[in-house]
Ligand binder design. Structure first.
Ligand SMILES: [Mn+2]
Length: 273
């Protein structure tokens, strides 16, 4: 089996839940019993930054890091996509766990199915902003500006020089605020015509259709599956081209994930002990 998980936000200062990391480790160990590969699609750790200095605060994540190391040691391919909370890894996370770290969306064939995998932040379909009133447009633009800053190599280098105690305090507070905002005011599924990841997938499918010779039935599906995290909602939607869009929910409150069998059949599951 191949598993897809996202948004555990381990270490979040927004909730007081000592058992959270342990529960995520239990989930990983349960999946490891029949997993050939595990794809972690972003925001697994609530704030992860690597500095040029030694940072002892990373000890907090020893249980989950040790678990991931044991999984890769046992031959399971573990892929870690950065989200928008754990952008600042430059090799240490990969070295400590044996995982493959992906910094960009990937197009991969898994169990014979063409999959587009991404955390999902920053994938804005063209013309998407136009539908909103100017104040909402402003908010989205400032999120995109912050995102560009977080991904900027010069800004990243400068942040690596900051003493870890300062950098972490800044990071955890920022992450806590964004989590509390989301918990107070959760934004549910916006519908097929407004949900940006669905619109993004549709745009990808349509450009693929127009760029390729249609088959006898007039359809030319590009992807079999689009799999995203980030939104903390569960979605399994089939598009007109036959491609399916899955949004994974989370491993924070919902404890949902997706499982793909050897034939490439994919479905959402829920972890309960
Ligand atoms: Mn996210």
């Amino acid at each position: 089996m191949v598993y897809f998980l996202s948004d555990a936000h381990i270490g979040s200062r927004a909730v007081d839940d000592a058992g959270h990391q342990q529960r995520f480790v239990e989930l990983l160990n349960t999946l490891a019993q029949d997993a050939t590969a595990i794809y972690l699609l972003g925001d697994i750790i609530d704030f992860w930054a690597e500095y040029i200095w030694r940072d002892n605060s990373k000890e907090e994540y020893e249980p989950v890091l040790a678990c991931l190391k044991s999984l890769t040691d046992s031959g399971i391919a573990v892929h870690y996509f950065i989200g928008n909370h754990d952008i600042w890894t430059y090799g240490e996370l990969a070295r400590r766990t044996g995982m493959t770290v992906h910094r960009k969306p990937e197009l991969l064939t898994i169990s014979g199915k063409r999959c587009l995998l991404a955390h999902g932040d920053g994938l804005v379909p063209s013309g998407y902003l136009k539908q909103f009133p100017t104040d909402v447009q402003k908010k989205i633009r400032s999120f995109m500006r912050l995102r560009r800053l977080f991904h900027n190599p010069v800004a990243q280098f400068l942040f690596r020089l900051v003493p870890p105690a300062w950098g972490n305090r800044l990071g955890y507070n920022w992450a806590k605020r964004s989590r509390l905002k989301e918990l107070d005011n959760p934004c549910g599924y916006k519908g097929e015509n407004r949900e940006e990841l669905v619109l993004y997938a549709k745009e990808m499918e349509n450009s693929a259709v127009s760029n390729q010779q249609p088959m006898a039935n007039g359809k030319r599906p590009n992807m079999d599956y689009y799999i995203f995290g980030h939104r903390h909602i569960e979605l399994d939607l089939e598009l007109a081209t036959g491609a399916r869009v899955l949004i994974l929910g989370d491993c924070f409150r919902q404890w949902t994930y997706a499982a793909m069998d050897e034939q490439g059949q994919l479905q959402l599951e829920c972890f309960s002990e």
